[in-house]
Design a protein around this ligand. Structure first.
Ligand SMILES: NC(=O)c1ccc[n+]([C@@H]2O[C@H](COP(=O)([O-])OP(=O)(O)OC[C@H]3O[C@@H](n4cnc5c(N)ncnc54)[C@H](O)[C@@H]3O)[C@@H](O)[C@H]2O)c1
Length: 288
């Protein structure tokens, strides 16, 4: 490995199990020489396998519900104490929609669920940065990253209210990133990641079809969780000091595609017009 994070201290929020993107980031950060604190919601600590990751990376775990400002304050204070100084990098890898979980259609949301999902997935990023900013917890040239998805810009019908949460998340990265850059020399970015088979990802309706579609559409294929971790490490490293206020697509090229030959070939194979219909249509064309 490259020792890209040697001597750096971090907080990684959102590792649930070995499929989690945050899990891979923690493993890679450890390999690159960082020390960090792991955090997740108290219920996730009970259901997931984060202690295994903590042992593997020599990290401590601090439980924090990302909807609670007090929990986040305790997390940041605790991390500074455990790590012996201010923080160089923070990963927000948190997302959850109750409407998606309960199968509510986008057009028929339960707005209490919508509020909860927004609180967990989007407002939590503002709240976390607010605690870090007010406590002056970040070292200069530190880096804060949150994970997003392209439904923030384009329509993916089954992504449901998470699309709106991601739009807010990306906006907050820019707005808060301005103050963090100006006042603390800290950068803030979001990574817009390919569909990835994790607990949160697989919960989206039609995920299997969608991940296969994205794979065929992207010239480089879908980016894996490990590849996302590699990209995240580069953003935590000193090699990207002036990258800030960005939403960075990490999707094998998907976001700039219109259509790929693989998708067209599949479409034609399954939607070949019947011969009679073709000849009727061409007759009509001929008459014109
Ligand atoms: N998997 C994908 O296809 C995909 C694609 C693009 C972006 N993302 C984003 O990546 C991030 C990580 O998701 P993942 O795919 O690794 O799935 P994951 O299910 O492993 O991670 C989601 C995490 O959010 C945590 N969380 C939920 N409620 C919380 C709360 N109240 N407080 C603190 N933590 C809470 C969960 O415990 C879990 O660890 C999310 O922001 C997700 O939207 C995922």
């Amino acid at each position: 490995m490259y020792n890209l994070l040697k001597g750096k201290k971090g907080i990684i929020l959102g590792a649930l199990d070995s499929k989690s993107i945050a899990w891979k980031v923690a493993e890679r950060a450890h390999e690159e020489g960082a020390i960090f604190v792991l955090s997740n919601a108290p219920v996730a600590l009970r259901l997931g396998t984060i202690t295994e990751l903590a042992e593997k990376t020599g990290s401590e775990i601090i439980a924090a519900d990302a909807t609670s400002i007090m929990d986040l304050e305790d997390l940041v204070d605790g991390a500074i104490k455990i790590l012996g100084g201010k923080i160089d990098f923070v990963l927000h890898s948190i997302g959850m929609s109750v409407n998606v979980r309960r199968g509510n259609h986008y057009t028929h949301q339960d707005y209490n669920f919508t509020k909860t999902g927004f609180d967990v997935s989007a407002l939590s990023f503002h709240r976390l940065m607010s605690v870090l900013y007010q406590r002056d917890a970040m070292n200069e040239w530190g880096s804060i990253v949150a994970l997003s998805y392209m439904a923030a810009q384009r329509v993916f019908p089954d992504y449901n209210d998470m699309a709106d949460n991601k739009a807010y998340l990306e906006s907050v990265a820019r707005s808060f990133g301005y103050f963090f850059g100006r006042d603390k020399k800290v950068r803030v970015n979001t990574i817009s990641q390919s569909p990835t088979p994790t607990t949160a990802g697989s919960g989206v309706k039609g995920f299997d079809g969608f991940i296969a579609y994205a794979e065929k559409m992207s010239p480089l294929g879908n980016a894996t969780a490990l590849e996302c971790a590699d990209y995240t490490i580069s953003l935590f490293s000193d090699l990207t000091k002036k990258v800030t206020l960005q939403n960075l697509f990490h999707d094998g090229g998907f976001s700039n595609m219109g259509v790929s030959t693989a998708i067209m070939e599949d479409f034609i194979k399954h939607h070949q017009p019947e011969p009679e219909k073709v000849s009727e249509a061409s007759k009509k064309q001929d008459k014109k």
